[in-house]
Design a binder for this molecule. Sequence first.
Ligand code: KDG
Ligand code: MG
Length: 405
Amino acid sequence: MKIKEIKVLVTCPGRNFVTVKVVTEDGIYGLGDATVNGREMAVVAYLQEHVAPCLIDRDAHRIEDIWQYLYRGAYWRKGPITMAAIAAIDMALWDIKGKAAGLPLYQLLGGRSRNGVTVYVHANGENVDNTLDNADDLKGQGFKAIRLQSAVPGLPVTYGVLGDKKDYFELQGNRSLPPEETWSTQKYFSMIEGLFAAARDRLGNDIHLLHDVHNRLTPIESARLGKLLEKYDLLFLEDASLAENQQSYDVIRQHTTIPLAIGETFNTLWDCKYLIENQLIDYIRAAATHAGGVTPMRRIADFAAIHSVKTAPHGAPDLSPVCLAAHAHLDTWAPNFGIQEFVGFGNDETRRLFSHDMRIEDGMLHVSEAPGLGIDFDEDAAKDYPYKRSYLPVSRLEDGTLWNW
Ligand code: KDG
Ligand code: MG
């Protein structure tokens, strides 16, 4: 089944998404997500100029060979732009194979390992009480796991807290230049333990709690935080420190038994190899869009499984619903699946463009039973929402030093 056309479609139904459509000679097409938040057009150029021309007339069924051709065959490997481009092609080819076979993707991966995919949702707030009001509300809706992020007193903006921009999509799609935010580790430590102490008092022990540090701490500060939060029984502490130097996690692990999660910005298995094989983390958060697609996500999951590490794919709104669909299949299959991050199916405009029948019930995401990924994209409607440049913020310490956002 030859590939006849590869379309790269950029649209901004509130925030930018790069969607790839691979069309075959039989008329079967597949979809993939190539969105790299704040760098979208770099992936578009990579796909249009350097990938699409090489794939025309190749057999769409040869997913593995095409993946190797794009990864191993190029002298310049890895990195978010390359891997998002490869990811989108790979997802689209799995979508095509599923449609051709008449089977949902999870069946091609090995079939169902569970009834549904447990998700964690976000409770954010301007203060501890308000964060816990939001968490209580989510608990009432049946969610079993909640990430808590509360504003840091004395800092004008805190990661994860939406402020007056209540909509995550609107927030992320409307920054024509990177806004600058201030960070203070000392101020953060004055808030964080109280948040989790109050959370256990108010929400009880029958709910999973999580927290994202978003790389703001050094390894020894992360170790201190882990020790402080151990007694509140978190499902995991995410991105406690950067792991560009993966040995940093040796330091954290020596001091605390808090479960650790990382990986949303990882692009290959190599980025997490040392962390996984030394059992320095408990959850790997790689995403299909940013780690090269379904093919390498399956390898990461298998490698993690033999080291007792679970999967917990990234699910922020900078991954399109096409990526969420791919995750729903991987999560339904992976024997060592842990939890899926979930921030909703998007605003009205996003739901108009991406149609699917995934659903949330009793705190679980339920995968589509339609062949392939089980998601469609309305190319014509997408023209109503053209690309709009938008950036993530940058972070500075209070003395002006640039820090990790
Ligand atoms: O684009 C950046 C977001 O994806 C990131 O800030 C979200 O850390 C995040 C998360 O865990 O969802
Ligand atoms: Mg995160």
